[in-house]
Write a protein that binds this ligand. Structure first.
Ligand code: MEV
Length: 328
């Protein structure tokens, strides 16, 4: 009896979690093929709040509120099928996984720009699992949450490497491969994120690379090995980062994930003896750049006339998934 009243009380309390976005410094795409990549979490977070209705048993519905766009939906769990948006399918997948038979409210807010290569979908997946996990468990178990968040990421991206959910769960900076998760201390000065504002699809870019790899086995293997060498150089010789960014970018271009708009932005940076590369899937989204001691305004001036939506300076190597006191 005592346990029952405790459980009911717990269920009706809001559960709030947050997890960070990420920057892949080197090794994106190659990491899908088992190579090592270097990734860091960033000080932009996604927040999620779950309230499970303690009273209404056997009502399988969720009220979802995406605060950034003020999109509100009420979902009847039994009616959701493959025609629904992936994020709704993901929520239902996790709701069913945890065998919840009550109505719930989910509120989501993201400081991470959506679909820009900064890991917004992974932070969504990790927070989603984190919320429901905490509904049934006393505290966060990162290993269990990360494994399940990977399954959610598969709904979004097909067969991802797992790098995005892993960094969002554990935070800090990591050398990551499908076999390895090695914590790293990493400090890069003067790193800017340049959001091109060009829409991109990670799933499509990963598929594009897969077609290239299947059609050009030997050439692709050589490129992927060279990308991994860039990652090794980034770790062993951070002082050579500008050159290493350029080399990694050149290899990403050979894989087919750059485009004219990105090439043009990066050429402008090179003209000024600065250096940049794609971060994440490519095809649009965000670039990263080493901009010496230039200000945002000076970089914008250099890139005038190019497709630039925003330039961010962010803290790197931040905390991973965590429980929050309140929803901000
Ligand atoms: C996406 O953030 C990184 C890619 O390497 C895909 C993946 O690792 O799953 C492009």
């Amino acid at each position: 009896m005592e346990c029952r009243s405790f459980c009911l009380l717990k269920m009706s309390q809001p559960i709030v979690v947050s997890s960070p976005g990420k920057l892949i410094l080197g090794g994106e795409h190659a990491v899908v093929y088992g190579k090592r990549a270097l990734v860091t979490s960033i000080g932009l977070r996604l927040y999620m709040q779950l309230i499970v209705n303690a009273e209404k048993m056997n009502q399988q519905s969720i009220d979802i509120h995406f605060q950034d766009t003020n999109r509100k939906e009420t979902i009847d769990i039994e009616l959701v099928n493959e025609s629904y948006p992936i994020e709704i399918q993901a929520i239902v997948f996790i709701y069913k996984h945890f065998q919840i038979n009550r109505s719930a409210q989910l509120t989501i807010r993201s400081d991470i720009p959506i679909g820009a290569g900064l890991g917004s979908s992974a932070a969504f997946s990790v927070c989603l699992v984190g919320c429901f996990y905490l509904w049934q468990n006393e505290k966060i178990d990162p290993d269990e949450i990360n494994q399940l968040a990977y399954q959610v990421e598969c709904l979004f991206h097909g067969t991802p490497s797992g790098i995005d959910n892993t960094i969002s769960t554990y935070g800090q900076s990591l050398v990551y491969s499908r076999q390895l998760r090695q914590h790293m201390e990493f400090h890069l000065k003067n790193l800017a994120i340049i959001d091109t504002g060009i829409p991109k699809s990670t799933k499509r870019m990963v598929e594009l690379v897969r077609l290239f790899v299947e059609a050009n086995r030997d050439e692709a293997e050589a490129i992927l090995n060279e990308i991994e060498k860039c990652v090794e150089t980034m770790i062993a010789h951070p002082e050579e980062m500008k050159d290493t960014f350029r080399r990694n970018q050149d290899l990403l271009k050979q894989l087919g994930v750059s485009n004219d708009a990105i090439d043009h932005i990066l050429a402008k940076l090179t003209e000024q003896n600065l250096s940049g590369k794609i971060t994440g899937a490519g095809g649009g989204g965000c670039l990263i750049a080493l901009i010496d001691s230039l200000t945002k305004e000076q970089v914008l001036e250099i890139l005038k006339g190019n497709s630039i939506k925003e330039i961010y300076f962010v803290e790197c190597g931040v905390e991973g998934l965590r429980q929050e006191e309140t929803f901000p």
